[in-house]
Design a binder for this molecule. Structure first.
Ligand SMILES: Cc1cc2nc3c(=O)[nH]c(=O)nc-3n(C[C@H](O)[C@H](O)[C@H](O)COP(=O)(O)O)c2cc1C
Length: 359
């Protein structure tokens, strides 16, 4: 059930599958006899130096995948790799504890809750804890229909039913960790009474009437960098630039929201054209290989955020698992750059994308 919660998407998972497969459809051209003795993957993302053009995308309740350390495992691994860590508003460890574990670049993801006072309170806490940018997720007016979770009776925190109990028995180590650590809940709101677990909290706080005016309000309430996460349409990308977003984040929430929405890599070129260099572009969705990072950058992204790619590592091996996942991504990126004959991030340009001509 925990694997399915990470791995699954909305409805028939068409967007989820295409987000991965559309990267496979893109072919890379390559230059030969270029000096690739020194591959340099360093870049800056939203003003912060990063060892790689990829970083950690915000994902809720990491303690579900690793009950002992959760977000602490992920944020430490991000710091070790020298890449930014983006923390979900629904993290199962508080922003203060995350800040204590990671002195490096940290960003905080927010929603505009019904209770705007709660939002400003969270912004102040994030700022005080050293989070340098916020990410407003805009593709979740309601939760998507994740059918695998229903079939598994999966809830956060997990409740005991025949299905969950039998799955728990099959993973006694995980069950032990779950039973001997504090209940998994949104740790940033630990001071609030929350009925009905994570979904109860979301239902109570999600404001379906949020519009661009609220995004503008958030822009004024936060004086650091701001990214808008969950952009698909070029017009929305232009609006994001218009309200002063520093980054436009092309995403469909990993295929967990609107099923049959297009894959991010397919929407990226039109968004890049609309943004026209006036903001940075971040892409996520379906990035599983270093070559996917190269393709996204060649098609106009400045950086790529990783979701499941590190979550699988977290669930399999905690902090070491995330570190390993990031190392794999790094070595694949370097190898692909060398094979393409491009030694620097700035060299990953559109001409790398092979255009098929119909004869
Ligand atoms: C288990 C899980 C939880 C997520 N939780 C959040 C969240 O709390 N906030 C958010 O903005 N995005 C969330 N996302 C979306 C990711 O930030 C990202 O957009 C997506 O995972 C990218 O697709 P990929 O997993 O194919 O890389 C979540 C994704 C997953 C898989």
């Amino acid at each position: 059930m925990v694997f399915d919660y990470i791995d699954g998407g909305a409805d028939d998972e068409v967007t989820l599958a295409r987000s991965v497969s559309r990267f496979r459809d893109i072919e890379l051209a390559f230059d030969v006899l270029a000096d690739v003795s020194e591959i340099d993957t360093r870049t800056t993302i939203m003003g912060a130096p990063s060892a790689s053009p990829f970083f950690i995308s915000p994902t809720a309740t990491s303690r579900l995948f690793n009950p002992r350390a959760g977000e602490l495992a992920v944020t430490r691994a991000a710091h070790t790799a020298g890449v930014p860590y983006a923390c979900s508003t629904l993290a199962s460890v508080s922003v203060e504890d995350i800040a204590a574990a990671n002195p490096g670049t940290k960003w905080f993801q927010v929603y505009v809750w019904k209770d705007r006072g709660l939002v400003t309170e969270m912004l102040a806490r994030a700022k005080a804890a050293g989070f340098g940018a916020i990410i407003l997720t805009v593709d979740l007016p309601v939760a998507g229909n994740r059918e695998r979770d229903g079939a598994n009776d999966f809830t956060i925190p997990p409740k005991v039913t025949w299905r969950t109990a039998s799955q728990g028995m099959a993973a006694p180590g995980y069950l032990w960790d779950l039973m001997t650590t504090p209940e998994i809940r949104p740790a940033n709101f630990a001071h609030m009474r929350i009925d009905g677990g994570l979904i109860g909290f979301i239902n109570a706080q999600f404001d379906r009437s949020v519009t661009w005016d609220d995004a503008r309000w958030l822009r004024e309430a936060w004086d650091g960098k701001l990214a808008l996460k969950g952009i698909c349409a070029p017009d929305d990308a232009s609006r994001a630039v218009g309200i002063g977003a520093n980054a436009v984040w092309v995403s469909n929430h990993g295929g967990r929201q609107l099923n049959t929405s297009p894959s991010s890599i397919d929407t990226l070129p039109a968004v890049a054209e609309a943004v026209d260099g006036k903001a940075e572009i971040i892409l996520d969705g379906g990035v599983r290989r270093g070559s996917d990072v190269v393709k996204a950058l060649a098609l106009g992204a400045n950086a790529v955020a990783l979701g499941r790619a590190y979550l699988y590592g977290l669930a399999a091996g905690g902090e070491r698992g995330v570190t390993r996942a990031l190392q794999i991504m790094d070595s694949e990126l370097r190898r692909t750059m060398a094979l393409c004959g491009r030694a620097k991030i700035a060299d990953l340009t559109r001409d790398l994308i092979f255009e098929r001509r119909l004869s």
